[in-house]
Design a protein. Structure first.
Length: 222
């Protein structure tokens, strides 16, 4: 089976996963983070070139403060406890989004992690955090001042420059939610009812199987 070059994933359903078990939403986020770590290790181990994950959207800032703080704390603690392990995995990690909205300690982590992993040879991991697709485009357009506007110049000024081949969304909804709107132009879309904490490597394999059954014509004819 052929691996897509760039897979993007909207991890959704953490809260509903917890609710279905009679647990507070925070448990869902905690479990979701564990699932994400496993998924990253798995996709790196099978030789995927690039993975973009949607961890927190610009719109997610509108959630109750308690939930936002919980998620931020989870990420910060996760990094503090596992930074040596994270740096030891062969990944190039990039944190992409409206980073100035994060508290300074998290901004520092984002910079640190990027710097520490930039010469690694493994998979490129884009952690989209405080991220919005329209906002990424605005950032790119601002950098274009004085330059010719072409598909190439816009693309070269995005934070994530490569097109997505396969988008996976867990949790049952079928929408893009302001994720990588430019990069998704010709992506195959795979939606699954599975809540993200339950999304295991077998589920990832199923998405790859789906991808392999699609005939990609990019608007042409076979
Ligand atoms: C996705 O799960 C994780 C984040 C957005 C941080 P949700 O928190 O959206 O879970 P549901 O959709 O409410 O079940
Ligand atoms: Mg959701």
């Amino acid at each position: 089976m052929k691996l897509p070059r760039h897979v993007a994933i909207i991890l959704d359903g953490n809260g509903r996963w917890a609710k279905a078990k009679g647990l507070p939403r925070s448990f869902g986020h905690q479990e979701g983070l564990k699932t994400l770590v496993e998924l990253i290790k798995y996709t790196n181990s099978i030789g995927l070139e690039e993975l973009s994950v949607f961890g927190f959207s610009t719109e997610n800032w509108n959630r109750p403060k308690s939930e936002v703080n919980y998620i931020m704390g989870l990420v910060e603690k996760g990094y503090k406890n596992y930074q040596e392990k994270i740096k030891a995995i062969d990944l190039k990690i990039k944190v992409v989004g409206e980073l100035e909205m994060l508290k300074p300690s998290l901004q520092k982590i984002a910079q640190e992690i990027e710097e520490a992993t930039k010469d690694n040879k493994g998979m490129t991991l884009n952690v989209c955090f405080s991220y919005g697709g329209k906002q990424e485009l605005v950032r790119a357009f601002k950098k274009l001042e004085g330059q010719e506007i072409t598909i190439e110049t816009i693309q070269n000024n995005l934070d994530i420059k490569t097109d997505v081949d396969l988008l996976i969304r867990t949790g049952g909804n079928q929408r893009i939610s302001n994720f990588l709107i430019w990069q998704l132009a010709y992506a195959e879309l795979y939606f699954t009812e599975v809540y993200f904490p339950d999304f295991k490597k077998e589920d990832f394999d199923q998405a790859i199987e789906y991808y392999n059954k699609q005939e990609r014509r990019f608007g042409g004819l076979k």
